[in-house]
Design a protein around this ligand. Sequence first.
Ligand code: ADP
Length: 487
Amino acid sequence: MESGSILLPIWWLKFIYDFLEVSPNRKILSLVYISGIIIWALNLLDFFKPGIFAISMGQKLVFNYYPTAGLGYYLFYLYFASIIFYTSWLLYAAFKKNSSDRAAQIGYVLFAAQAGLVGGGMTFLPTLDVLIHPVGIALFPFYPIIIAYAILKHRLFDVRVVATEALLFLLWLFLLVRTIFAETTRDRFIEGGLLSATVILGIFLIRSVLQEVRQREEIQVLAEDLRKANLELKKLDQLKSEFVSLASHQLRTPLTVIKGYISMIQEGSFGAISDQLKDALRKIMVSNQTLINLVGDFLNLSRIESGRMKYLFEPMNAEDMMQSVFEEFKEVVKEKKLELTFEKPESPLPQAMLDKDKFRQVIMNLVDNAIKYTPKGWIKMKIEEDRDRPGGPFVLMSISDSGIGMTEDVMNSIFKRFSRGEEGWKANTGGLGLGLYLAKRIVTDHGGEIWATSEGANKGSAFWVRLPARAAQIEKDKQLKDFVAKI
Ligand code: ADP
Protein backbone atom coordinates (compact mmCIF):
# COMPACT_ATOMS: atom_id res chain seq x y z
CA MET A 1 0.00 0.00 0.00
CA GLU A 2 1.08 3.55 -0.52
CA SER A 3 2.67 4.96 2.62
CA GLY A 4 1.44 8.51 1.82
CA SER A 5 -2.16 7.52 2.44
CA ILE A 6 -1.23 6.50 5.99
CA LEU A 7 -0.28 10.11 6.63
CA LEU A 8 -3.51 11.54 5.24
CA PRO A 9 -5.74 10.72 8.24
CA ILE A 10 -3.06 12.13 10.60
CA TRP A 11 -2.92 15.31 8.58
CA TRP A 12 -6.72 15.53 8.64
CA LEU A 13 -6.84 15.07 12.43
CA LYS A 14 -4.22 17.80 12.96
CA PHE A 15 -6.06 20.08 10.56
CA ILE A 16 -9.34 19.65 12.46
CA TYR A 17 -7.61 20.38 15.78
CA ASP A 18 -6.11 23.53 14.25
CA PHE A 19 -9.31 24.58 12.58
CA LEU A 20 -11.39 24.18 15.73
CA GLU A 21 -8.64 25.87 17.73
CA VAL A 22 -8.73 23.14 20.39
CA SER A 23 -5.60 21.75 22.01
CA PRO A 24 -5.00 18.22 20.73
CA ASN A 25 -5.96 15.28 22.92
CA ARG A 26 -2.50 13.86 23.65
CA LYS A 27 -3.66 10.29 24.27
CA ILE A 28 -5.60 10.13 21.03
CA LEU A 29 -2.78 11.78 19.11
CA SER A 30 -0.22 9.27 20.47
CA LEU A 31 -2.55 6.39 19.64
CA VAL A 32 -2.96 7.68 16.11
CA TYR A 33 0.82 8.10 15.67
CA ILE A 34 1.59 4.63 17.04
CA SER A 35 -1.09 2.97 14.88
CA GLY A 36 0.21 4.91 11.88
CA ILE A 37 3.77 3.67 12.52
CA ILE A 38 2.57 0.06 12.91
CA ILE A 39 0.62 0.20 9.65
CA TRP A 40 3.55 1.90 7.95
CA ALA A 41 5.93 -0.85 9.21
CA LEU A 42 3.52 -3.54 7.99
CA ASN A 43 3.44 -1.76 4.68
CA LEU A 44 7.24 -1.88 4.48
CA LEU A 45 7.17 -5.56 5.34
CA ASP A 46 4.57 -6.10 2.64
CA PHE A 47 7.09 -4.82 0.11
CA PHE A 48 9.48 -7.70 0.93
CA LYS A 49 6.87 -10.32 1.70
CA PRO A 50 3.69 -9.46 -0.26
CA GLY A 51 0.33 -10.65 1.03
CA ILE A 52 -0.11 -8.58 4.18
CA PHE A 53 -2.07 -5.85 2.44
CA ALA A 54 -3.26 -7.33 -0.81
CA ILE A 55 -3.81 -11.08 -0.73
CA SER A 56 -4.23 -11.05 -4.49
CA MET A 57 -4.41 -8.69 -7.47
CA GLY A 58 -6.80 -9.22 -10.27
CA GLN A 59 -9.35 -7.96 -12.73
CA LYS A 60 -12.20 -6.17 -10.99
CA LEU A 61 -14.91 -4.11 -12.69
CA VAL A 62 -13.11 -2.12 -15.37
CA PHE A 63 -9.74 -2.27 -13.62
CA ASN A 64 -7.09 -4.76 -14.67
CA TYR A 65 -5.29 -4.78 -11.36
CA TYR A 66 -7.29 -4.24 -8.23
CA PRO A 67 -6.15 -5.56 -4.86
CA THR A 68 -8.20 -7.79 -2.61
CA ALA A 69 -7.88 -6.63 1.00
CA GLY A 70 -5.84 -8.64 3.46
CA LEU A 71 -5.14 -8.06 7.15
CA GLY A 72 -3.10 -4.88 6.52
CA TYR A 73 -5.91 -3.21 4.58
CA TYR A 74 -8.45 -4.12 7.26
CA LEU A 75 -6.22 -2.54 9.88
CA PHE A 76 -5.80 0.56 7.72
CA TYR A 77 -9.57 0.84 7.18
CA LEU A 78 -10.18 0.60 10.91
CA TYR A 79 -7.57 3.24 11.54
CA PHE A 80 -8.96 5.47 8.77
CA ALA A 81 -12.59 5.06 9.88
CA SER A 82 -11.80 5.70 13.57
CA ILE A 83 -10.10 8.99 12.76
CA ILE A 84 -12.92 10.01 10.44
CA PHE A 85 -15.58 9.23 13.06
CA TYR A 86 -13.62 11.02 15.76
CA THR A 87 -13.03 14.18 13.67
CA SER A 88 -16.62 14.21 12.43
CA TRP A 89 -17.78 13.98 16.03
CA LEU A 90 -15.42 16.86 17.00
CA LEU A 91 -16.79 18.96 14.14
CA TYR A 92 -20.39 18.12 14.98
CA ALA A 93 -19.93 18.99 18.67
CA ALA A 94 -18.32 22.31 17.74
CA PHE A 95 -21.07 22.96 15.21
CA LYS A 96 -23.71 22.61 17.92
CA LYS A 97 -21.79 24.65 20.45
CA ASN A 98 -20.98 27.66 18.28
CA SER A 99 -23.37 30.25 17.04
CA SER A 100 -24.08 31.84 13.65
CA ASP A 101 -21.04 32.58 11.50
CA ARG A 102 -18.60 30.22 13.16
CA ALA A 103 -21.15 27.40 13.17
CA ALA A 104 -21.71 27.99 9.46
CA GLN A 105 -17.96 27.69 8.84
CA ILE A 106 -17.76 24.42 10.79
CA GLY A 107 -20.86 23.12 9.04
CA TYR A 108 -19.27 23.68 5.65
CA VAL A 109 -16.08 21.83 6.62
CA LEU A 110 -18.15 18.93 8.02
CA PHE A 111 -20.21 18.80 4.86
CA ALA A 112 -17.18 19.10 2.57
CA ALA A 113 -15.41 16.36 4.52
CA GLN A 114 -18.32 13.99 3.93
CA ALA A 115 -18.09 14.63 0.19
CA GLY A 116 -14.38 13.74 0.32
CA LEU A 117 -15.01 10.71 2.51
CA VAL A 118 -17.78 9.13 0.49
CA GLY A 119 -15.64 9.69 -2.60
CA GLY A 120 -12.51 8.21 -1.02
CA GLY A 121 -14.36 5.45 0.84
CA MET A 122 -15.91 4.07 -2.31
CA THR A 123 -12.52 3.20 -3.79
CA PHE A 124 -12.08 0.77 -0.89
CA LEU A 125 -15.25 -1.22 -1.66
CA PRO A 126 -13.88 -3.33 -4.54
CA THR A 127 -10.92 -4.35 -2.35
CA LEU A 128 -13.51 -5.93 -0.04
CA ASP A 129 -15.02 -7.66 -3.04
CA VAL A 130 -18.04 -5.35 -2.99
CA LEU A 131 -18.15 -4.77 -6.72
CA ILE A 132 -19.55 -1.26 -6.91
CA HIS A 133 -17.91 1.20 -9.26
CA PRO A 134 -16.02 3.86 -7.23
CA VAL A 135 -18.15 6.60 -8.83
CA GLY A 136 -17.91 8.53 -5.55
CA ILE A 137 -14.55 9.79 -6.76
CA ALA A 138 -16.67 12.22 -8.76
CA LEU A 139 -17.53 13.83 -5.41
CA PHE A 140 -13.91 14.84 -4.86
CA PRO A 141 -14.17 18.14 -6.74
CA PHE A 142 -17.07 19.10 -4.47
CA TYR A 143 -14.70 19.33 -1.58
CA PRO A 144 -12.77 22.36 -2.94
CA ILE A 145 -15.99 23.79 -4.39
CA ILE A 146 -17.81 23.74 -1.04
CA ILE A 147 -14.77 25.14 0.72
CA ALA A 148 -14.41 27.87 -1.92
CA TYR A 149 -18.04 28.81 -1.41
CA ALA A 150 -17.53 28.91 2.35
CA ILE A 151 -14.51 31.18 1.95
CA LEU A 152 -16.43 33.66 -0.11
CA LYS A 153 -19.56 33.60 2.00
CA HIS A 154 -18.17 33.15 5.49
CA ARG A 155 -14.55 34.21 5.18
CA LEU A 156 -13.61 30.69 6.22
CA PHE A 157 -9.84 30.80 5.96
CA ASP A 158 -7.39 33.04 4.37
CA VAL A 159 -7.62 32.48 0.63
CA ARG A 160 -3.91 31.76 0.44
CA VAL A 161 -4.12 28.89 2.90
CA VAL A 162 -7.03 27.39 1.05
CA ALA A 163 -5.32 27.78 -2.31
CA THR A 164 -2.22 26.05 -0.96
CA GLU A 165 -4.29 23.27 0.59
CA ALA A 166 -6.42 22.75 -2.49
CA LEU A 167 -3.35 22.51 -4.70
CA LEU A 168 -1.64 20.03 -2.40
CA PHE A 169 -4.79 18.03 -2.02
CA LEU A 170 -5.12 17.67 -5.76
CA LEU A 171 -1.46 16.69 -6.03
CA TRP A 172 -1.88 14.05 -3.31
CA LEU A 173 -5.03 12.75 -4.89
CA PHE A 174 -3.31 12.48 -8.23
CA LEU A 175 -0.38 10.58 -6.72
CA LEU A 176 -2.72 8.39 -4.65
CA VAL A 177 -4.68 7.34 -7.72
CA ARG A 178 -1.44 6.69 -9.60
CA THR A 179 -0.14 4.60 -6.72
CA ILE A 180 -3.32 2.53 -6.45
CA PHE A 181 -3.39 1.84 -10.15
CA ALA A 182 0.37 1.39 -10.63
CA GLU A 183 1.01 -1.58 -12.93
CA THR A 184 4.20 -2.92 -11.35
CA THR A 185 5.42 -3.11 -7.76
CA ARG A 186 8.38 -0.96 -8.70
CA ASP A 187 6.12 1.78 -10.05
CA ARG A 188 3.93 1.53 -7.01
CA PHE A 189 6.97 1.89 -4.76
CA ILE A 190 8.13 4.99 -6.62
CA GLU A 191 4.69 6.61 -6.70
CA GLY A 192 4.15 5.75 -3.03
CA GLY A 193 7.50 7.26 -2.09
CA LEU A 194 6.67 10.40 -4.02
CA LEU A 195 3.30 10.64 -2.29
CA SER A 196 4.91 10.27 1.15
CA ALA A 197 7.45 12.96 0.33
CA THR A 198 4.82 15.41 -0.94
CA VAL A 199 2.60 14.78 2.08
CA ILE A 200 5.45 15.59 4.47
CA LEU A 201 6.63 18.63 2.52
CA GLY A 202 3.04 19.77 2.07
CA ILE A 203 2.37 19.69 5.79
CA PHE A 204 5.41 21.91 6.38
CA LEU A 205 4.28 24.26 3.64
CA ILE A 206 0.75 24.59 5.03
CA ARG A 207 2.12 25.16 8.50
CA SER A 208 4.32 28.02 7.35
CA VAL A 209 1.51 29.64 5.39
CA LEU A 210 -0.82 29.29 8.38
CA GLN A 211 1.77 30.86 10.63
CA GLU A 212 2.14 33.79 8.28
CA VAL A 213 -1.62 34.25 8.14
CA ARG A 214 -1.85 34.16 11.91
CA GLN A 215 0.86 36.78 12.19
CA ARG A 216 -0.97 38.96 9.73
CA GLU A 217 -4.18 38.59 11.68
CA GLU A 218 -2.35 39.65 14.81
CA ILE A 219 -1.00 42.70 13.02
CA GLN A 220 -4.49 43.55 11.86
CA VAL A 221 -5.77 43.40 15.42
CA LEU A 222 -2.90 45.62 16.56
CA ALA A 223 -3.58 48.11 13.77
CA GLU A 224 -7.22 48.27 14.77
CA ASP A 225 -6.23 48.90 18.41
CA LEU A 226 -3.89 51.62 17.27
CA ARG A 227 -6.60 53.24 15.18
CA LYS A 228 -8.93 53.31 18.16
CA ALA A 229 -6.24 54.73 20.44
CA ASN A 230 -5.52 57.37 17.85
CA LEU A 231 -9.18 58.39 17.69
CA GLU A 232 -9.25 58.59 21.45
CA LEU A 233 -6.14 60.77 21.45
CA LYS A 234 -7.61 63.09 18.83
CA LYS A 235 -10.72 63.48 20.96
CA LEU A 236 -8.60 64.28 24.01
CA ASP A 237 -6.54 66.74 21.99
CA GLN A 238 -9.73 68.46 20.86
CA LEU A 239 -10.96 68.66 24.45
CA LYS A 240 -7.63 70.12 25.52
CA SER A 241 -7.81 72.75 22.77
CA GLU A 242 -11.32 73.67 23.80
CA PHE A 243 -10.25 73.98 27.41
CA VAL A 244 -7.25 76.16 26.54
CA SER A 245 -9.46 78.33 24.37
CA LEU A 246 -12.00 78.81 27.13
CA ALA A 247 -9.36 79.53 29.77
CA SER A 248 -7.59 82.01 27.47
CA HIS A 249 -10.80 83.91 26.80
CA GLN A 250 -11.43 84.18 30.52
CA LEU A 251 -7.87 85.42 31.11
CA ARG A 252 -7.80 87.90 28.27
CA THR A 253 -10.67 90.08 29.43
CA PRO A 254 -9.25 91.03 32.85
CA LEU A 255 -5.79 91.58 31.31
CA THR A 256 -7.25 94.00 28.78
CA VAL A 257 -9.11 95.84 31.55
CA ILE A 258 -5.83 96.15 33.51
CA LYS A 259 -4.11 97.52 30.40
CA GLY A 260 -6.87 100.12 29.93
CA TYR A 261 -6.68 101.34 33.52
CA ILE A 262 -2.88 101.56 33.51
CA SER A 263 -3.04 103.74 30.37
CA MET A 264 -5.62 105.97 32.00
CA ILE A 265 -3.48 106.37 35.14
CA GLN A 266 -0.40 107.08 32.99
CA GLU A 267 -2.32 109.71 31.06
CA GLY A 268 -3.28 111.40 34.35
CA SER A 269 -7.01 110.62 34.19
CA PHE A 270 -6.99 110.03 37.96
CA GLY A 271 -4.75 112.96 38.86
CA ALA A 272 -1.03 113.73 38.69
CA ILE A 273 1.40 110.87 39.44
CA SER A 274 4.98 110.91 40.65
CA ASP A 275 7.94 109.88 38.46
CA GLN A 276 8.52 106.91 40.72
CA LEU A 277 4.99 105.70 40.17
CA LYS A 278 5.32 106.33 36.42
CA ASP A 279 8.33 104.03 36.35
CA ALA A 280 6.48 101.32 38.27
CA LEU A 281 3.46 101.63 35.99
CA ARG A 282 5.61 101.24 32.91
CA LYS A 283 6.99 98.00 34.31
CA ILE A 284 3.47 96.77 35.12
CA MET A 285 2.43 97.68 31.59
CA VAL A 286 5.30 95.69 29.99
CA SER A 287 4.59 92.59 32.10
CA ASN A 288 0.89 92.87 31.44
CA GLN A 289 1.55 93.10 27.70
CA THR A 290 3.73 89.96 27.88
CA LEU A 291 0.83 88.15 29.50
CA ILE A 292 -1.61 89.42 26.87
CA ASN A 293 0.72 88.17 24.10
CA LEU A 294 1.06 84.80 25.78
CA VAL A 295 -2.68 84.37 26.18
CA GLY A 296 -3.10 85.46 22.54
CA ASP A 297 -0.62 82.78 21.45
CA PHE A 298 -2.52 80.13 23.38
CA LEU A 299 -5.78 81.27 21.89
CA ASN A 300 -4.40 81.10 18.37
CA LEU A 301 -2.83 77.71 19.03
CA SER A 302 -6.13 76.25 20.16
CA ARG A 303 -7.90 77.85 17.19
CA ILE A 304 -5.38 76.39 14.76
CA GLU A 305 -5.52 72.96 16.32
CA SER A 306 -9.26 72.74 16.41
CA GLY A 307 -9.53 74.10 12.87
CA ARG A 308 -11.36 77.22 14.04
CA MET A 309 -8.77 79.69 12.73
CA LYS A 310 -10.64 81.86 10.25
CA TYR A 311 -8.94 84.35 7.97
CA LEU A 312 -10.26 87.50 6.42
CA PHE A 313 -8.02 88.14 3.43
CA GLU A 314 -7.96 91.49 1.66
CA PRO A 315 -5.50 93.13 -0.76
CA MET A 316 -3.13 95.24 1.30
CA ASN A 317 0.17 97.08 1.25
CA ALA A 318 2.44 95.04 3.45
CA GLU A 319 4.85 97.99 3.85
CA ASP A 320 2.13 100.06 5.57
CA MET A 321 1.65 97.31 8.07
CA MET A 322 5.39 97.00 8.67
CA GLN A 323 5.55 100.75 9.11
CA SER A 324 2.92 100.63 11.86
CA VAL A 325 4.80 97.82 13.67
CA PHE A 326 7.98 99.89 13.36
CA GLU A 327 6.21 102.88 14.97
CA GLU A 328 4.97 100.73 17.80
CA PHE A 329 8.40 99.36 18.68
CA LYS A 330 10.37 102.59 18.17
CA GLU A 331 9.89 103.61 21.79
CA VAL A 332 10.36 100.13 23.25
CA VAL A 333 13.85 99.65 21.76
CA LYS A 334 15.05 102.92 23.22
CA GLU A 335 14.89 101.38 26.67
CA LYS A 336 17.23 98.58 25.62
CA LYS A 337 19.40 101.09 23.78
CA LEU A 338 18.98 99.22 20.51
CA GLU A 339 18.88 100.82 17.10
CA LEU A 340 15.75 99.96 15.08
CA THR A 341 15.54 100.86 11.37
CA PHE A 342 13.02 100.23 8.63
CA GLU A 343 14.03 100.09 4.99
CA LYS A 344 11.50 100.12 2.15
CA PRO A 345 11.73 100.86 -1.58
CA GLU A 346 10.86 104.29 -3.02
CA SER A 347 8.23 103.03 -5.43
CA PRO A 348 5.22 101.23 -3.98
CA LEU A 349 5.33 97.43 -3.82
CA PRO A 350 2.66 95.11 -5.26
CA GLN A 351 -0.16 94.37 -2.86
CA ALA A 352 -0.60 91.02 -1.13
CA MET A 353 -3.66 89.22 0.19
CA LEU A 354 -3.43 89.59 3.97
CA ASP A 355 -5.46 89.01 7.06
CA LYS A 356 -4.45 92.29 8.65
CA ASP A 357 -4.64 91.36 12.33
CA LYS A 358 -3.06 87.92 12.05
CA PHE A 359 -0.27 88.94 9.72
CA ARG A 360 0.53 91.93 11.86
CA GLN A 361 0.92 89.55 14.77
CA VAL A 362 3.53 87.60 12.78
CA ILE A 363 5.65 90.69 12.15
CA MET A 364 5.17 91.89 15.74
CA ASN A 365 6.34 88.52 16.95
CA LEU A 366 9.47 88.57 14.79
CA VAL A 367 10.42 92.10 15.91
CA ASP A 368 9.61 91.26 19.52
CA ASN A 369 11.91 88.18 19.27
CA ALA A 370 14.68 90.28 17.71
CA ILE A 371 14.46 92.66 20.67
CA LYS A 372 14.36 89.81 23.20
CA TYR A 373 17.34 88.01 21.70
CA THR A 374 19.54 91.04 20.97
CA PRO A 375 21.39 92.29 24.07
CA LYS A 376 23.05 95.13 22.17
CA GLY A 377 23.40 96.51 18.65
CA TRP A 378 20.77 96.91 15.99
CA ILE A 379 17.57 95.51 14.48
CA LYS A 380 16.71 96.06 10.85
CA MET A 381 13.26 95.70 9.29
CA LYS A 382 13.17 95.54 5.52
CA ILE A 383 10.64 95.01 2.75
CA GLU A 384 11.36 94.60 -0.95
CA GLU A 385 10.11 92.92 -4.08
CA ASP A 386 11.57 89.48 -4.83
CA ARG A 387 11.96 89.81 -8.59
CA ASP A 388 14.15 86.84 -9.42
CA ARG A 389 11.65 84.17 -8.49
CA PRO A 390 9.43 82.68 -11.18
CA GLY A 391 5.67 82.75 -10.52
CA GLY A 392 5.89 86.25 -8.96
CA PRO A 393 5.45 88.98 -8.04
CA PHE A 394 6.54 88.25 -4.48
CA VAL A 395 7.01 90.53 -1.51
CA LEU A 396 9.98 89.69 0.70
CA MET A 397 10.13 90.90 4.30
CA SER A 398 13.02 90.47 6.69
CA ILE A 399 13.81 91.27 10.30
CA SER A 400 17.51 90.93 11.06
CA ASP A 401 19.45 91.64 14.21
CA SER A 402 22.94 91.66 15.73
CA GLY A 403 21.84 89.40 18.60
CA ILE A 404 22.65 85.98 20.02
CA GLY A 405 22.27 84.20 16.66
CA MET A 406 21.48 80.54 16.20
CA THR A 407 23.29 77.29 15.59
CA GLU A 408 22.19 75.04 12.71
CA ASP A 409 20.43 72.71 15.18
CA VAL A 410 18.40 75.46 16.77
CA MET A 411 17.47 76.87 13.38
CA ASN A 412 16.06 73.54 12.28
CA SER A 413 13.71 73.20 15.22
CA ILE A 414 12.44 76.63 16.18
CA PHE A 415 9.34 76.52 13.97
CA LYS A 416 8.03 73.49 15.84
CA ARG A 417 5.49 73.72 18.64
CA PHE A 418 6.97 74.60 22.07
CA SER A 419 10.46 74.51 20.63
CA ARG A 420 13.11 76.84 22.02
CA GLY A 421 16.85 77.21 21.51
CA GLU A 422 19.05 76.76 24.55
CA GLU A 423 20.60 80.19 24.19
CA GLY A 424 17.16 81.65 23.60
CA TRP A 425 15.99 80.06 26.80
CA LYS A 426 18.87 81.63 28.74
CA ALA A 427 18.28 85.05 27.19
CA ASN A 428 14.56 85.03 27.89
CA THR A 429 13.20 82.57 30.41
CA GLY A 430 9.58 83.66 30.03
CA GLY A 431 9.01 82.40 26.45
CA LEU A 432 7.04 79.30 25.53
CA GLY A 433 8.33 78.48 22.07
CA LEU A 434 4.97 79.11 20.43
CA GLY A 435 5.52 82.39 18.56
CA LEU A 436 7.41 81.01 15.56
CA TYR A 437 5.19 77.94 15.33
CA LEU A 438 2.14 80.18 15.06
CA ALA A 439 3.96 82.52 12.68
CA LYS A 440 4.73 79.62 10.37
CA ARG A 441 1.13 78.41 10.39
CA ILE A 442 -0.20 81.87 9.65
CA VAL A 443 2.33 82.60 6.89
CA THR A 444 1.69 79.19 5.30
CA ASP A 445 -2.05 79.83 5.40
CA HIS A 446 -1.30 83.02 3.48
CA GLY A 447 0.38 80.91 0.80
CA GLY A 448 3.79 82.26 1.84
CA GLU A 449 7.03 80.94 3.30
CA ILE A 450 8.99 81.76 6.45
CA TRP A 451 12.54 80.79 7.30
CA ALA A 452 15.51 81.84 9.41
CA THR A 453 19.18 82.37 8.65
CA SER A 454 22.12 82.90 10.95
CA GLU A 455 25.88 82.77 10.66
CA GLY A 456 25.99 80.97 14.01
CA ALA A 457 25.93 81.66 17.74
CA ASN A 458 26.45 85.35 18.61
CA LYS A 459 26.50 86.33 14.95
CA GLY A 460 22.97 87.70 14.70
CA SER A 461 19.91 86.25 12.99
CA ALA A 462 17.54 87.10 10.19
CA PHE A 463 13.95 85.98 9.73
CA TRP A 464 12.45 86.05 6.25
CA VAL A 465 8.84 86.04 5.09
CA ARG A 466 7.97 85.74 1.42
CA LEU A 467 4.40 86.34 0.27
CA PRO A 468 2.93 85.87 -3.19
CA ALA A 469 1.43 89.10 -4.50
CA ARG A 470 -0.26 87.83 -7.66
CA ALA A 471 -3.54 86.87 -5.95
CA ALA A 472 -3.88 90.46 -4.76
CA GLN A 473 -3.26 91.65 -8.30
CA ILE A 474 -6.00 89.37 -9.63
CA GLU A 475 -8.36 90.51 -6.89
CA LYS A 476 -7.63 94.14 -7.69
CA ASP A 477 -8.17 93.60 -11.41
CA LYS A 478 -11.46 91.86 -10.64
CA GLN A 479 -12.62 94.72 -8.46
CA LEU A 480 -11.65 97.18 -11.19
CA LYS A 481 -13.55 95.18 -13.81
CA ASP A 482 -16.63 94.99 -11.54
CA PHE A 483 -16.42 98.73 -11.02
CA VAL A 484 -16.11 99.43 -14.76
CA ALA A 485 -18.99 97.05 -15.49
CA LYS A 486 -21.17 98.90 -13.00
CA ILE A 487 -20.60 102.35 -14.58
P1 ADP B 1 9.91 82.03 22.38
O1 ADP B 1 10.48 83.33 21.93
O2 ADP B 1 8.75 82.18 23.28
O3 ADP B 1 10.93 81.09 22.90
P2 ADP B 1 9.52 81.56 19.57
O4 ADP B 1 8.78 80.48 18.86
O5 ADP B 1 9.18 82.95 19.20
O6 ADP B 1 9.29 81.32 21.10
O7 ADP B 1 11.06 81.33 19.33
C1 ADP B 1 11.60 80.04 19.44
C2 ADP B 1 13.10 80.07 19.66
O8 ADP B 1 13.75 80.58 18.50
C3 ADP B 1 13.56 80.97 20.78
O9 ADP B 1 13.48 80.32 22.02
C4 ADP B 1 15.00 81.28 20.39
O10 ADP B 1 15.86 80.22 20.78
C5 ADP B 1 14.94 81.27 18.86
N1 ADP B 1 14.87 82.66 18.31
C6 ADP B 1 13.77 83.28 17.86
N2 ADP B 1 14.06 84.51 17.40
C7 ADP B 1 15.40 84.67 17.54
C8 ADP B 1 16.32 85.71 17.24
N3 ADP B 1 15.93 86.88 16.70
N4 ADP B 1 17.63 85.49 17.53
C9 ADP B 1 18.05 84.34 18.07
N5 ADP B 1 17.22 83.30 18.38
C10 ADP B 1 15.92 83.46 18.12
